[in-house]
Design a protein around this ligand. Structure first.
Ligand SMILES: [Zn+2]
Length: 422
């Protein structure tokens, strides 16, 4: 049995994934790395591009495949992969990750039995959504270690004026060639680091949420990812940036994060207060965030948020009472529907709170990467460190710190803002 099995069952079973991997591993020099609870098969390694292309060509030659890419990803890809024959949908310019574009791509799929995306965030989201709409599997050949959505089961697409998350299926296979990934544009590699090193502030929030409402702690995932993070921080320093070693660790962590979100049926393991701040800043200051990669923005909010969490180290939760949703969010103007959805989310969040007597003990901040260490790792990676670095004004960050807690049904250290005694 070989890669043909991908056509037999959209929802692959573990043995089918192993068959795919077995098929691929018969070709030497590949490093296979599949976590036990992963949802997408993955191949990470050096010098595997040509072999993967040959393998894909051979095993899919009797099937109808649509390859999808954008000009810059395609150019980078062809430097490492031989030209793959097949139907190609190559965008003229960089596409937008929007629902409209994804719907259009779903029409273009026509009679294809498999979609193979070649690209990073936007291509991945478009292909994932379009293939899901047509009920066929897809494979992603990653061209940049830029974000953690490769293996998640949702697509982040612009719809009705703002980014929304749409449920999809994860790819059946992600191919991550380290030579290709290590040559991705520096800003994209830095963005991947930003979207990864938020682990520390996320884990701290999750411990608080566990205390306040019994939310899951994802302990196994965080134990694994914290170990990889130590390696990543070390290699960023020794390579003075994102080189081959750090790319390998970074890509593993990005795929692990996607798997963790898939398993959790939630973005919670990879998105807490720092992401809530980032999304609010996108609403507050679209002129500043336009053209800024997601992970670059997360680098900025992670640092601002780490500083807030450090201020809370000595705080107790004595006197903690959640405040009401503000009548006039000073951050208006914004879409009334969005405002109403924030209000609903906040009420849902208040309803989740456990009575004080039933709350588990509040743990000390777990496996924290201190602010200074975080700053230096993000600096080595080439990430922007402050909102001012990308042309923003300081009061926007203060608004995000004050108001992001009202935008999502997640208890985080943002909720402790009114109680911080400096
Ligand atoms: Zn993210």
């Amino acid at each position: 049995m070989h890669l043909k099995c991908i056509f037999l069952d959209f929802f692959l079973h573990e043995h089918q994934k192993r068959d795919i991997i077995h098929t691929i591993t018969r070709r030497k020099t590949m490093l296979i790395n599949q976590t036990s609870n992963s949802n997408s098969a993955r191949i990470i390694g050096q010098n595997l591009a040509r072999q993967s292309a040959d393998m894909l060509q051979k095993y899919t030659s009797h099937h109808r495949i649509l390859y999808v890419s954008d000009p810059s990803s395609y150019e980078a890809f062809t430097n490492f992969f031989p030209l793959i024959e097949g139907r190609f949908h190559l965008y003229d310019a960089s596409p937008t990750a929007s629902r409209d574009d994804a719907d259009e791509l779903a029409h273009l799929i026509d009679d294809a039995e498999l979609v193979i995306g070649i690209g990073s965030g936007t291509i991945n989201d478009l292909c994932k959504y379009a293939a899901f709409q047509r009920g066929i599997p897809y494979i992603i050949i990653a061209t940049a270690p830029s974000m953690n959505g490769y293996t998640s089961a949702n697509a982040s697409l612009l719809h009705d004026g703002h980014k929304q998350s749409f449920a999809c299926h994860a790819p059946i296979l992600c191919i991550a060639d380290l030579d290709l990934l290590a040559h991705a544009p520096a800003r994209l590699r830095a963005a991947g680091v930003g979207d990864t090193l938020c682990r520390s502030v996320i884990m701290t929030d999750i411990a608080l949420a566990h205390h306040l409402c019994g939310a899951p702690t994802y302990a196994d995932y965080f134990a694994m990812t914290h170990k990889n993070e130590l390696q990543l921080v070390h290699s960023l320093e020794t390579e003075r940036g994102v080189g081959i070693e750090s790319t390998k660790t970074l890509m593993t962590m990005l795929l692990d994060a996607g798997d963790a979100m898939h398993c959790a049926h939630s973005s919670a393991p990879a998105s807490q207060g720092e992401h809530m701040m980032a999304h609010l800043l996108e609403t507050l200051a679209p002129d500043v965030t336009e053209g800024v990669y997601h992970g670059e923005l997360i680098s900025i909010t992670t640092l601002a948020y780490a500083a807030l969490q450090e201020q809370c180290i000595q705080q107790t939760l004595e006197g903690f009472t959640p405040v009401a949703f503000p009548k006039n969010m000073v951050i208006a103007p914004c879409d009334p529907d969005l405002h109403a959805s924030w209000h609903r989310a906040y009420e849902e969040k208040r309803a989740m709170l456990l009575p004080e007597a039933q709350r588990p003990a509040l743990p000390v901040m777990p496996a924290r990467l201190p602010y200074d260490a975080l700053t230096s790792a993000l600096r080595y990676a080439g990430c922007p460190l402050t909102w001012e670095d990308i042309g923003g004004e300081a009061h926007d960050v203060q608004h995000a710190l004050n108001y992001a807690r009202f935008t999502r049904a997640r208890w985080t250290y943002l909720d402790l803002m009114p109680y911080i005694v400096v």
